[in-house]
Write a new protein. Sequence first.
Length: 433
Amino acid sequence: MPISSGLNNDQIRVGIVLPEDKIHKISVSWSSQSKVSGNLPDLGSTHNLSLSVEAGNIKVNGLRGGQRVPDLTLQCPDKVESLSSGTGFQLNPVIAGRGFHWEKQISVNLPGELKITVEEGHLKIINTLNVEAYVACVATSEMGADAPADLLAAQTVVARCWSMALAEAKHLTEGFDVCNDDCCQRYQGTSFLTKHSLQAAMDTLGEVLLWDNKVIDARYSKNCGGMLEAYETVWEGEKVPYLIPLWDAPEQRSGQAVDNFEDLWNYEDAYCSSKRFESVNLAAMLGKVDVSGSYYRWEQVLAKTDILRNLVKYNDKVWMKLTGIRIMERGPSSRIKYLFLDGIDESGRIVEQLVKSEYGIRRMFSDSFLYSSAFVIKNAESLVDDDHVILRGVGWGHGVGLCQMGALGMALANIGYRDILAHYYPGTTFTKI
Ligand SMILES: [Zn+2]
Ligand SMILES: [Zn+2]
């Protein structure tokens, strides 16, 4: 029986510059040694183009006489064995962290093909490349360069499964398979590629996990908080048989994390527990963005005025006061599925607002995206009068599937990547395609 996946062939299309980024000017450069081709004459005479939007076309500076073209295609090698740090087209600027508080402009190095067009008056750039090359780059972008080999191997297989399953397919109507950001998987091309991560990609070439002969939808997040969350807590739809609640630990305990928050708070045996990383440089192992703690346990003080501002932003409602928070339902890991905000509106009426989904809750409570929806309200007793809300929470991210910090904890305990994968995706089978 053939193995099925969401990709039609071994190429993946990644949206790099999107019309919403509103970029009108970009530079594309490459090393004079790289083999580059494209739909422009004279490409051999330069290795630096400056592109801008002019009257709905792309103005190309850098070639003799300049050019104006409706679209531009450039190719360079993308075989995984041909890659090294910095190979490919260097593009500057590109947006990273789109829509988040850490949004910034970076430069990236992209192997494979660039298709550059103008859409809604802005540049749009799609990078099509071999899925193995993409996976090698993603695993590095998601992980620090000093990550242990088994962590990188596990993350590489997971990235490959996620890319091939393409279960979310958020961007098909925009003409590409995935975007370059956390919305899909963080992809910054070969910019941070190391020998180490390239080796992981080569060593695991074609390795995937299957369920029912189908490449699995391998979800992952930074830190589960002690128990893996069930798929259906976070996303709509049917249960997924391999994305189920499990203690992220050597031994399965009885019951679930949600049964007793105090007990969960004090639980330190998990693979992702801060206790395991006391003498470890986490930033070097887990990548560059937002790593300043382990996020296994956290406490945050939120100003009520900030929550009320988000209420206007997302629900168009102006309230005078936030008087209470009613948590209605939690998933097995303690992540909240939905809650109600209670308050008083502009005309003095008592009102309530439903806040749905793990994503919606994290967005409502913090502009910088709350670490997770697995929290309790520490000042619940005095909340009605306080001008702030104190949250005590566990974990970072949705907690479904592989826990990246837990996988790090396992790798540091000398557990091999195939056992790491078997732990996070129980019942799946490992194969090479
Ligand atoms: Zn996306
Ligand atoms: Zn975990």
